[in-house]
Design a protein around this ligand. Sequence first.
Ligand SMILES: NC(=O)c1ccc[n+]([C@@H]2O[C@H](COP(=O)([O-])OP(=O)(O)OC[C@H]3O[C@@H](n4cnc5c(N)ncnc54)[C@H](OP(=O)(O)O)[C@@H]3O)[C@@H](O)[C@H]2O)c1
Length: 392
Amino acid sequence: MSRLNRTDRPYDIVLFGATGFVGTLTAEYLAAHAPAGLRWAIAGRSREKLERLRERLPGGSEAGLLRADVSDPGSLRALAEQARVVATTVGPYVEYGEELVAACADTGTDYVDLTGEPEFVDLVYVRHDARARETGARLVHACGFDSVPHDLGAYFTVRQLPEGVPLTVDGFVTADAAFSGGTFASALNQFARHRRLRAAARDRRHHEPRLMDRRVSAPLGAPRYVPEVGAWALPLPTIDGQIVRRSATSLDRYGPDFRYRHYAAVRRLPVAVGGVAAVGALVTAAQFPPLRRRLSDRLRPGDGPGPEKRARSWFTVRFVGEGGGRRVYTEVAGGDPGYGETAKMLAEGALCLALDDLPPTAGQVTTAVAMGDALIGRLRAAGIRFRVAATR
Ligand SMILES: NC(=O)c1ccc[n+]([C@@H]2O[C@H](COP(=O)([O-])OP(=O)(O)OC[C@H]3O[C@@H](n4cnc5c(N)ncnc54)[C@H](OP(=O)(O)O)[C@@H]3O)[C@@H](O)[C@H]2O)c1
C-alpha cells in the first residue's frame, strides 16, 4: 500500500484522547493553527465530552467527531482507517496504547504519540515495526517534551559539526514546570515495571539488526560540575538518550562514532541532592501497590497545571557538541514544557507528517529521522528557539 492511496481517507489528522489534559490543549492548538482546508477530527471514548470540547474550540465545528475506546479494537481499527495520521494522548501507553499502533501499522496510517515509556517503544518495535514497513506507516513516538527538544536539538547540534568524523554531544536540561495527573500516572506505572522494562529492552536487542560499520552509544554519564553550563549535571535516565541513539543509528550524518549523554542541569548542589532523593523516594514508593494508589490519588487523570502556572513555566536544553577539532554550543528553549509546548510539538508533528515533503521512511522512526529539518522549521515558526550560542 503506498502512502498516496491514503489521500482518499476522510481525515488528514485524527486526534485520539482529545478530551484529556494534553489532548484538549492539542485540539485547541490545531483549531487555532491548522491551515484552512485541513480535514481533522477529535476522537475519544465519550461522545458527550467530545461534543462539549468541540463547542469550545475556535472554529471547532469544522472538526469531525469519532468515538473510539481502547477496550474495543474494532473502534480503533475504524479510527485508523479513516485517518492519514493518528495523534494519540491516551496513556499510560503500555496499558492503553498497543491496539491503536497495531491498527495503524496494519492500515498504513501514520501514527504519532507522547509516550516517554521505553517498554512501550520496545514492544512496539518487536511486534509492529515489520508490518508498518510493509504498509508504509510511520510510527513516531515521544513527540512531546519527551523527546523532541533533545532529539531535534542533538540533530541540530550534529549539523553544526564536521561530517565524517567521530562526534560527541552532551545535552543539559533545565525546566521550571508542574505535572499533570496523566504524566504522574504514567511515571508511577513505569517505576513499578522496571523488570518488564528490562525484558522488553532485551527482546528488542535480539530483534534489532546490529550496526556493522559505525558506532553509536548513549551511556549514562557521571554526575559532575560543568563550568560551560554553570551547573551541576546529573545523569538523566529518561527515554531521551535512547531516542537520540536511535536517530544516530539511522542517520549517517551523526558520523562513524557518535556518543550522546543526557543530563539534568541544576545550579545549586543542595537542590541537585534533594532532587535525586525525591525521585529515589518516589521510585521506592511505586514498588508498593497501596503506596502507589495513595500517590496517584493526589493527582487525578485529567488534572494538570492551570493557565497561570503554565504561562510561568519554561525549559532550556543546552548542548555541547564536539568533533573534528570544532566545539559548538547550541540551545533549544521554549515555554511550558509538559503541556503548552508538548501540545504544540504533537500538533506540529502530526501536521508535518500529514502535509510536508519528508524523506521516505516507514516503520518505527524517531522525530529526527522522520521529520528532522521540516519539524525544526515548524517549531521555530511556532516560537520554540533553536540557536547556535557559540562555536570554537
Ligand atoms: N512526552 C511528553 O513530554 C508528555 C507530556 C505530557 C503528557 N505526556 C503523556 O501523555 C499522556 C496523557 O497525559 P494527560 O495529562 O493528557 O492525561 P489525561 O488527562 O489523563 O488524559 C488521558 C486521555 O486518555 C483517555 N482515555 C483513558 N482511557 C481511555 C479508554 N479506555 N478509551 C479511550 N480513551 C481513554 C482519556 O479520556 P477521557 O477524557 O474520556 O477520560 C483522556 O482523553 C500520558 O501518558 C502522559 O504521560 C507526555
